[in-house]
Design a protein around this ligand. Structure first.
Ligand SMILES: [Zn+2]
Length: 464
């Protein structure tokens, strides 16, 4: 099978030019002007952008959490991703307490293998190193293509680890070529604030934010940065939401330390007041870290523009409003933490980020595709358009008008964070390794086409 994409504006993190892109099998084999080549399928991309498939480094599909399971499984979550122009994601495989990493990974593979529509890799989330041999087993994972270790510094009594576990994992990462990822919030302090709020009878969703002040994120971010520096490990701070967390990352990067930060689409658009919406609607916006004061939105735009933050993910972690979020009616601490968004990242960042003058088109590609691919060992197979790269391609129509809505999205979740938002610019055709996934607003591929990707170690490139 060969595909010729004609006359589109090819945009990568570095380049922007009109060209034809020729795909043979699963890879791009030629890029040039006015290519005169026969192909099985020709796509007219004139007037459109030809972008690398987006890479979402932060998702939670079919994940048990908060007494329930995220509503999007691999099939619905990846369908949603594909419509949004995301062709590869790295999902969090969560180690159960006392579970071996091999067993945890087997659980996650069982949820995905044979059902995938897009490509997937796994981060391992370390929750328990107390079993004999756990550290030694952790050290073997990078050789198996699991090259990032995630730790939760919050969710006390559930996923949270202590500083010893955090630091020991950092030491293993430094020795084995893994990237350490942290959910940076001070879980101990937050637990005190949550218990006090509940004891005082404060049960509404807004208390989710009021009991997780930005300083608790800033403190944990800085603690993780300092400890990673002592251990000699590279560090990636997930879902940065506020100035208090951007600042220590910026300081570390200024010093040349191996520290990167990610924010998520929702933090640019949803502020703390959304949690005050009546009739329990505020629960839709209960994710962690919580939506912050609106002033932080400008801080985040500046940070992604000037490379204090280096990636935008979705943290897609979808729970139904009716039936799952409602577990927390009368007790905000029991609202499952998480929000949807895997489908709308490119549309929202293009319309408001590029359209709003915050970032360039090249920087958008860098934040949504190239940097996630580089940091998580997928580059240059993923994250760019180049000869030899996987033919993961988004043909993006910059003039296509879309009204975002739960009525038309492809997630199973019953609400959309951006309900009613009108954007101009949306994916038109999406290809995964040369196979058309989405065309004319229809899914044209079948599950099973996606693959597991064994990722390269930190700082290394992914060959074949
Ligand atoms: Zn997450």
């Amino acid at each position: 099978m060969s595909v010729l994409i004609k006359g589109g504006r090819v945009v990568t993190a570095a380049d922007d030019y009109v060209a034809d892109v020729f795909i043979e099998g699963e890879r791009i084999t030629l890029i040039g002007e006015s290519l005169d080549i026969a192909a099985d399928k020709v796509i007219d991309a004139r007037g459109k952008y030809v972008l690398p498939g987006c890479v979402d480094p932060h998702t939670h599909l079919e994940m048990p959490f908060g007494g329930t399971v995220t509503i999007d499984d691999v099939e619905s979550g990846q369908t949603s991703a594909a419509f949004g122009g995301t062709t590869c994601h790295v999902d969090f495989c969560i180690q159960g307490k006392g579970q071996t990493f091999a067993d945890a990974l087997a659980d996650w593979h069982a949820k995905a293998d044979g059902k995938q529509l897009i490509d997937i890799g796994y981060h391992i989330a370390v929750t328990d190193l107390s079993a004999p041999g756990a550290l030694e087993e952790l050290a073997t994972l990078p050789d198996q293509g699991v090259t990032s270790y995630k730790l939760f510094m919050a969710y006390k009594g559930a996923l949270m680890v202590d500083d010893e576990t955090l630091f020991r994992t950092m030491e293993v990462a430094a020795a084995t070529g893994a990237l350490v990822m942290v959910h940076a919030e001070n879980g101990d302090a937050i637990d005190v604030l949550v218990q006090r709020a509940l004891a005082e009878g404060h049960t509404d969703p807004i208390y989710h934010a009021l009991t997780r002040p930005p300083e608790t994120e800033g403190e944990a971010t800085n603690r993780a940065i300092q400890l990673a520096h002592v251990a000699g490990a590279p560090l990636y701070v997930v879902h940065v939401s506020c100035q208090e967390s951007v600042e220590p990352i910026a300081i570390a990067r200024e010093k040349g330390w191996d520290v990167w930060g990610e924010t998520c689409t929702q933090y640019f658009f949803i502020d703390q007041t959304f949690l005050e919406r009546p009739n329990f609607e505020g629960a839709k916006y209960v994710y962690t870290p919580p939506p912050r004061d609106k002033a932080n939105q400008d801080v985040l735009w500046a940070a992604v523009r000037n490379d204090e933050l280096s990636a935008i993910s979705t943290d897609h972690c979808a729970f139904l409003w009716q039936g799952q979020k409602t577990l927390g009616e009368g007790d905000f601490s029991k609202i499952p933490n998480g929000g949807p968004g895997i489908e709308n990242r490119l549309q929202m960042i293009h319309h408001f980020g590029v359209g709003g003058g915050h970032i360039s088109l090249n920087r958008m590609v860098e934040l949504l595709a190239t940097n996630p691919a580089k940091l998580f060992g997928l580059y240059p197979r993923k994250g760019t358009l180049a000869v030899g790269s996987d033919a993961d391609v988004v043909i993006f129509d910059p003039n296509k008008k879309v009204t975002i809505s739960a009525a038309t999205h492809h997630s199973k979740v019953d609400y959309n964070l951006y309900e009613g938002t009108e954007v101009v610019g949306s994916p038109d055709v999406v290809l995964l390794r040369g196979n058309v996934l989405v065309e004319n607003d229809e899914l044209v591929a079948s599950p099973g086409i996606g693959q597991y990707v064994a990722r390269a170690k930190f700082g290394e490139q992914l060959g074949r």
